[in-house]
Structure formats: C-alpha cells, structure tokens
Design a protein around this ligand. Structure first.
Ligand code: 1WK
Length: 373
C-alpha cells in the first residue's frame, strides 16, 4: 500500500525542483519556507495569519518543548497540533542543535547528550531514542534524527567524529521511529566544510532509505560561498526522489541560490526575529525602520503587496512603533516579512513550473540591488 507520506516531483528547471509532500495533515508545496515556531508559537503572529500567508508547514522544537511545557504534558493535551491550533503539518527539530547552542552542555557520548536546562537548570539526558519518543509525543509529522552539529571553522578530526556519531544516531533513530505511516523521520547530513565527509555522510544516510534528508551543519558561521559549495557536493549524493531540507537557512538570497542547487525546504528565524528588531524585507531590499530617515515617510513598505502590514501602514508609523518599542511594531513587521518570504517561495515555485527560474532569480536580485527607491 502506498505510504501516506509521499514526495512527488512536479517539475525541474536545471537543478531547481518543484514538488510537493503529501501527508495526512496536508500538502506541502516545495520549494517551501517553514516559519519557525520553536516553543509552539510563530512569535508575534496568529497561526491563522501564518496559514493565510501560504505557509503549509511550521517548525516546532524538541529541546524547547521538552523543557516547557513538557512532552508528556503536550501529549496529555492532545499533541502539539491540538494545543497550538495548527491542523496542518509540523516538522520538529531533534534538539541536538539547541543543546549545543543554548543549554549548559554537561556531556556528549555515544549514548546521547546530558545537559542542564536553560529554563530551570535541571539536568536532562537526551538519547536518539528519547528525541524520537519526544517528537512522537508531540505528534510531529516530520521528525529529525538527533545529531551533533559542529560550529565552523573546526578541526577535520572533530568534524569527522561528529559526522560518524550522527550516522550511528541516525540508525538508532530509524529503529526508534519504526513504521509510522503518514509520518517521516529525516536523516541529517553532516560533514562540515569537508567535501569528502559530506559525501560519506550523504551516501551512508541514503543507504538507510529514509523518507527525507536534511543538510545540517551549515549556516553556523561559514561564508555563503562555503555553504553553497557544500550544497554542490551534497545534493547530488542524495536520492533524487526524496525531499532535501537545508536547516536554518536563510536570507532571501541564500534561499534563491540554494533552490538553484537542489534544495526543497527551508527554515529560518530571519523573517520573524528581524521583524521584531525593526527590519523589513521588501521587494526593494531590506528597510531598517529604526532609521530616522523614515520618520516622515508616508509611503507603505510595498503598495503592491497583498499583506495589510506592507500595504496599509506608512513607514513613518512603523518607525514610530519601532522607536517606541511598541508590540504592534514587531507584529506588523513580522507579518510583512513572513508575507514577503511566502510570496518569494510562491514566485520560485511558479518560475520552476514555467522553466524560468534563472531569470526569476536574477530579476529578484536586481530589484534588491536597486535598493529602496
Ligand atoms: C541558523 N542556522 C542553523 N540552524 C540549524 C539547526 C537548527 C534549526 C532549528 O533551530 C531553531 O531556530 C533557531 C528552529 O527550531 C530550527 O528548527 C540545526 N538543527 C540540527 N538538528 N542539526 C543541524 O545541523 C542544524 C544546523 C543549523 N544551522
């Protein structure tokens, strides 16, 4: 019987791919941008708004949710979709990245990671099996393997050690995940900035015959061209007929250049976090509403946008809200930014369908370069 988790390639244009992932909770149109909902909320947004902007899937995060409100508690409350009122698909990260970056990491060994909660200092142990168990309790549709992501630059021996550990953890996660029709567990390619280690990781994960693959260990401080070089190496080593998810990426420019190299799915805090800090993404490039030059500018961010935050409010008002540190400032700019990102993804998908992705990418980059007229 056909698995109810099904990736279908609908069109290709060079290495760019237009596809869809069909799951019981809905269809994800790819290339897709997944708004980050780390602790069960896409910050400063109502999830009905997020859906109206065209997001087909959002992210949750194992590390944060296991600490607060707790995975078993979320399960008792009916699972994450029920708790946050988002009936569409949810992808959850495994927590590995946050343990390294947020918690007081105490120990990392073959078994897993032991860390102190950044919330209350309590000691926690997370094994590959526990991470998958937590993601199951959250009723997550796409679950990520537990992995070790190494910040760059790093010694090759360190990158190799973490990559090989992550491969062993991928096998344990596959066993722990078992057979959950309609859901998926994605492996995560590691290997830092080493082409040889990237290929070894991708080929070993391909051998596990998983339902999807993430490219991890990037957007961790390396220059964009290093990230792109690793995509040139990694994507061809991954199965052509499975979705590819580039974790933690990125700016609109990162996204265009990564789609051009064969990536299907993205997540990044950029549009939400920078919206809260007064930064607007627009068709004409970025606009920092803190800047005094906007103080009496009556123009909206983009009169052609379908998003009220971009079309109906003057830059003067947005500047006032940001300078006054008013909650509405972050709300309107987050709304604008997510609208911009989803409009960009819709434009990318249409351009691949019509065989004009390269010119779409170049025109978009030129519009940014012309700046904010
Ligand atoms: C920003 N750059 C970046 N983020 C990354 C994340 C977290 C994304 C997760 O972190 C949270 O956003 C801060 C969201 O919940 C998201 O799911 C990664 N997660 C794992 N498991 N492995 C990686 O190699 C990895 C690499 C990343 N590079």
């Amino acid at each position: 019987m056909t698995d109810r988790f099904q990736f279908t390639l609908l069109a290709t244009d060079g290495k760019a791919r237009r596809g869809q992932i069909s799951m019981p909770r809905g269809i994800v149109r790819t290339p897709a941008f997944m708004p980050v909902g780390t602790v069960g909320t896409v910050k400063a947004m109502y999830l009905t708004q997020v859906r109206e902007l065209g997001a087909d899937i959002i992210l949750g995060n194992t590390y944060h949710l296991m600490l607060r409100p707790g995975a078993e508690r979320v399960a008792r409350l009916g699972g994450l979709h029920e708790l946050i009122r988002w009936p569409e698909p949810i992808l959850t990260d495994s927590g590995g990245f946050q343990v390294m970056s947020l918690s007081g990491l105490r120990k990392l060994d073959e078994q897993g990671v032991t860390f102190k909660s950044h919330v209350d200092g309590a000691l926690h142990h997370m094994s590959p099996e526990r991470s998958i168990e937590i993601q199951g309790l959250l009723d997550s549709d796409i679950q990520m393997q537990l992995d070790e992501c190494v910040a760059l630059p790093a010694e090759r021996s360190e990158i190799e050690r973490a990559m090989e550990l992550s491969l062993r953890w991928a096998e344990r996660c596959k066993v722990a995940f078992g057979d959950q029709p309609g859901k998926a567990m994605f492996g995560i390619v590691q290997g830092g900035d080493s082409p040889e280690l990237r290929v070894r990781s991708a080929e070993a994960l391909a051998g596990l015959d998983l339902k999807g693959y993430a490219v991890g260990g990037l957007a961790v401080g390396e220059p964009q061209e290093v990230m792109l070089d690793m995509l040139d190496i990694t994507c061809p080593a991954l199965p052509f007929d499975k979705p590819r998810y580039l974790m933690g990426v990125g700016t609109p420019d990162d996204i265009l250049k990564s789609v051009a190299r064969g990536i299907d799915m993205f997540d990044c805090v950029m549009p939400t976090r920078s919206g809260r800090h007064g930064l607007a993404f627009t068709r004409h490039g970025r606009v920092n509403l803190r800047n005094a030059r906007h103080a009496e500018d009556p123009r909206p961010l983009d009169e052609a946008s379908s998003c009220p935050a971009a079309r109906d409010y003057s830059r003067a008002y947005l500047h006032h809200l940001v300078r006054s540190n008013e909650a509405l400032g972050g709300m309107l700019l987050t709304w604008n930014n997510l609208a911009y990102y989803q409009d960009l993804m819709a434009g990318i998908r249409a351009s691949i369908e019509e065989g004009r992705f390269q010119s779409f990418m170049e025109e978009t980059q030129e519009t940014w370069a012309r700046g904010d007229i």
